[in-house]
Design a protein around this ligand. Sequence first.
Ligand SMILES: Cc1ncc(COP(=O)(O)O)c(C=O)c1O
Length: 399
Amino acid sequence: MKLSKLMTRLGTESAFEMLAKAKALEAQGKNIVHLEIGEPDFNTPSNICERGKKAIDEGWTHYCPASGIKEARAAVAEYVAKTRSIKAAPEQVVLTPGAKPAIVFTILALADPGDEVIIPNPTYPIYESATYFAGAKPVPLALREEKGFDLDLKELEAALNGRTKLIVINSPANPTGGVMAEKTFDKIAAMLKKFPDVMVLSDEIYSRIVYEGKHRSIAEWPGMRDRTIIIDGMSKTYAMTGWRLGYAVAPVELAKAMDKLAINMHSCTASMVQIAGIEAISGPQGDVDKMVAEFRRRREVIIKGLTSIPGFTCIRPRAAFYAFPNVKALGLKAKELAEFILYEANVSCLGGTAFGNFGEGYLRFSYANSVENIDEAVRRIKEALPRLKAKPQAAARKG
Ligand SMILES: Cc1ncc(COP(=O)(O)O)c(C=O)c1O
């Protein structure tokens, strides 16, 4: 069989590959601490589950409009306006099965072959994959530790040109846990005045998991609302990864294009899930506060633990649930070190290069796991690392 050429342009998310390797070890009877996958370990709050069950009994079990049930679109518009100081109308909202399709649809609906999409690096790998799929060119923009993993504005200015179609912003960020400075937003908004056709995809999926200050969206800056596509969803905030519910808030013309893509790809997002989603964003928010408080506690534990490992340094993440330690001192490629840690310490984490070339020299640990497991992971890594020198393969690469 010969697969289409299109398939050669599609990337993947290596978190799932690492998970598969870890699961294979578990199948052999090994005990693995999972710090690779980015999903809250909490249960979906009970009011949301109850609403979902009731929605099935009420008959929300049929097709609905491709962009979403009217009430769900209105609830999202209201939520987005309340959580950011912007106006949003229901016609701008497209609900999707998770935030991921909203990202891919935005890129497919905007980028033509020859267009350039400026993408931070390291970052969530789907932006680049979707850009290649659209036939457009990803232009990486390095996020450097020295700048707290914020954008380098000079490099952004140098990357912008007449072919730029879209800039991706992901604040709070995966994999670094970084938050973009308000000054950076000021400068981007000012810079984009010279490029009126450039759009911004602002992936704000971690908007509610912020430990210092308040979440800001570039859409709040003067002139930016009509050129920004806000992506958010229920997966991380409400521990709803398996329900598959996310959304885009986009200019109406683009929302209509995304509606057409939805019709072609999945028809609509599950009706009962949307009804549960209305409860998530409009109902009591106490469980979100509790989850964030627990993540904050774990952040302290993982930073203290990781920085106590010889060869590891780690800046304090300000949001999301990822730590991104610098492991350059160990002299190994990030992917190889992640594999060493998996096979020798039975701790599953990701090499920084799973998020792009500029992730070399870093590992990503998700701390959406218990304090006991985080402590155990640190203990195991400390115990295994002295064996690194004894590995001929690893030693050869060290030089
Ligand atoms: C930055 C970012 N955007 C989007 C997503 C996808 O979210 P969902 O599971 O709702 O598709 C993730 C998931 O890890 C993410 O880290």
